[in-house]
Design a protein around this ligand. Structure first.
Ligand code: ADP
Length: 356
């Protein structure tokens, strides 16, 4: 270890520099004077001449004064270091106190956040239970209403045109409401982790054909099928996958001008199958492409915007993620400025994929 004179002086309790500052010069002065006295007194026969005076002044006075100043300077240095050490210690203590204060404030804040989080989770659960309860309660009267309306529709030919139109409009609205209630129920069940998801091998061709049969064929819209011949089965929940595909088909139908074709595409890409539903609608602007998968997010394009609740894609995304798949949108799909279209696609693992 390197020797540090200041440290040594600082730590040596037996060294009193204040005393040394006076004692050492005094001792040296007395010693020099006695020495000179003896030298010149005894050896030169008490001849105290110029040599005696000059040597006494140099060795007995100036030397001790210089040494006294040196010790005083050393003492100043030691005192300055002591003061600096004390200041550092005070600063250290202050710092430790501040760190302790901040740490306990952070712990307190953490506890508050934890508590708030708990309360939010509780509220969220209460909200889900409430929504689920209300939706459940709405479902039974809606089923009765739908049944009654369907019965009435069977005799619609005998009704006056106005009553028939009103009945048709009522059926449309009632179907929309039923779909909304069902979606809300499914979303709250999925969020609460109570929606059963049974994953197994699913043949895509019949599933897509069935979905198109229900959603698109009745509208008379031209369909452009592009399913590859060697489409392997995928690993998914058949019922939920069909719900998602129906949802995307319903959107393609809803958001693209009637009469324009909708392309239905499926082919294998690595260890996944890609299903695409491509329309000739107005497309989805780039800045909206991510957020339309969030709850209640819609692209508002004025009064002509078809009605909706912004829940379909949110539910579709949650549902496909629960099946280890993914969903996305690519727009524009066509080089037509007036109808750039959009492609909503699903990626689903094939049955023998090692990823799942
Ligand atoms: P909803 O259709 O009830 O509004 P969705 O969650 O299904 O709810 O869709 C969210 C939004 O995404 C829609 O409001 C619409 O703006 C946009 N969108 C969805 N599908 C299409 C599509 N095929 N073409 C253009 N926009 C679409």
């Amino acid at each position: 270890m390197k020797f540090n004179l200041l440290d040594w002086l600082n730590n040596n309790r037996f060294l009193d520099l204040k005393l040394l500052q006076w004692a050492v010069p005094l001792f040296l002065s007395v010693t020099a004077f006695v020495f000179e006295f003896i030298e010149h007194g005894l050896e030169d026969g008490f001849n105290f001449g110029l040599a005696f005076s000059s040597e006494t002044i140099i060795f007995g006075l100036m030397g001790p004064i210089i040494i006294g100043f040196l010790i005083a300077w050393l003492r100043e240095l030691v005192n300055a270091e002591k003061k600096a050490i004390t200041e550092v210690q005070v600063l250290n203590r202050e710092l430790e106190r501040k760190v302790e204060e901040r740490t306990s404030a952070l712990e307190e804040r953490n506890m508050e956040l934890d508590q708030a989080n708990h309360e939010l989770q509780h509220l969220d659960q209460m909200k889900s239970e409430f929504v689920s309860l209300v939706s459940h309660e709405l479902r039974s009267p809606l089923t009765t209403l739908n049944g009654g309306l369907e019965l009435a529709m069977q005799n619609a030919e005998n009704m006056p045109p106005l009553a028939r139109r009103t009945l048709k409009a009522m059926m449309g609205e009632s179907t929309r409401l039923t779909q909304l209630v069902q979606t809300i129920l499914d979303v709250s069940r999925l969020e609460a982790g109570k929606l059963d998801i049974n994953i197994g091998p699913v043949a895509l061709r019949p599933l897509m054909e069935q979905a198109a049969e229900v959603i698109l064929v009745p509208t008379g819209r031209p369909l452009d099928w592009k399913l590859s011949h060697d489409l392997p089965p995928v690993l998914a929940d058949e019922i939920h996958l069909e719900t998602i595909i129906r949802n995307l088909m319903r959107n393609a139908e809803k958001y693209s001008p009637s009469g324009t074709p909708i392309q239905l595409f499926a082919c294998q890409e690595g260890d996944q199958v890609r299903i695409s539903i491509i329309d000739h609608g107005p497309g989805v602007p780039k800045e909206h492409q991510k957020i339309i998968f969030e709850r209640f997010e819609r692209v508002n394009s004025g009064e002509s915007t078809p009605s909706g609740w912004g829940l379909g894609l949110y539910f579709a995304r949650k549902l496909i993620l629960a099946q280890h798949g993914s969903i996305g949108v690519i727009s524009p799909s066509w080089p037509d400025k007036n109808a750039p279209g959009s492609e909503f696609y699903l990626l689903i693992p094939v049955e023998n994929s090692s990823e799942v």
